[in-house]
Design a binder for this molecule. Structure first.
Ligand SMILES: [Zn+2]
Ligand SMILES: [Zn+2]
Length: 210
């Protein structure tokens, strides 16, 4: 009789070690397919959207943790978030002042208008033909990175939602003005090499400024 009592003690020990994992139901990746109720045992708790109390959901905002339905969820690079958290993140992330866009536009225009006749001259003199195309591919993104850094420091390193759009506009207008300036000095600014160079550098600047 005493042997039976000790064997039941050991079974009690093994059961206490389980069931200590908290019921976490934070959706990070894709939303679970509809109709998966209680099959995996982890997300059986019924949630209702914080904004739509009648809508059942399996999603939670992965920042503040509140339940949200698919209508309220916004898919970001880091998973689903509620609209309130998206707004909060963005208003603290973008700290530009209104003049920054104009400064970005002006600086991009000025730098490109000066740089493109110089680049056109260098390409026409030293790097023409196929060699020029290779040089354009090699230096284009580097030049765009430099331009982005110049624009960044001109706006006090603040982040603006539309800064890259204004910068791109300045670059395009700057290339056109630079082309006209080049014509006055007899420099062929617009050829295949300088075009590749311009497209690569402006695309890079646009990417960096986002
Ligand atoms: Zn949230
Ligand atoms: Zn909702």
């Amino acid at each position: 009789m005493s042997e039976a009592a000790t064997s039941s003690d050991t079974t009690n020990q093994t059961t206490t070690n389980q069931a200590t994992t908290p019921p976490v139901a934070v959706a990070v990746g894709n939303p679970p397919a509809a109709g998966t109720t209680g099959t995996d045992g982890a997300a059986t708790e019924t949630l209702y959207c914080a904004n739509h109390p009648d809508t059942e959901t399996l999603l939670r905002c992965n920042r503040c943790g509140k339940p949200i339905c698919l209508k309220c969820a916004v898919l970001t690079d880091v998973g689903y978030r509620c609209k309130e958290c998206i707004r909060g993140v963005q208003s603290s992330y973008f700290n530009a002042i209104p003049t920054d866009n104009l400064v970005g536009f002006g600086v991009a225009l000025l730098v490109t208008a000066i740089a493109s006749p110089i680049a056109g001259f260098i390409f026409a003199r030293f790097a023409f033909g196929f060699f020029g195309i290779i040089i354009a591919f090699m230096l284009g993104s580097g030049a765009g990175g430099m331009l982005a850094q110049i624009i960044r420091s001109a706006v006090g390193r603040r982040r603006g939602r539309y800064l890259r759009h204004f910068a791109l506009g300045g670059i395009i207008l700057g290339v056109l003005i630079g082309g006209v300036i080049g014509l006055f000095f007899g420099i062929p600014v617009l050829n295949i090499s300088t075009l590749i160079f311009a497209v690569l550098s402006s695309a890079t600047a646009y990417q960096i400024l986002r």
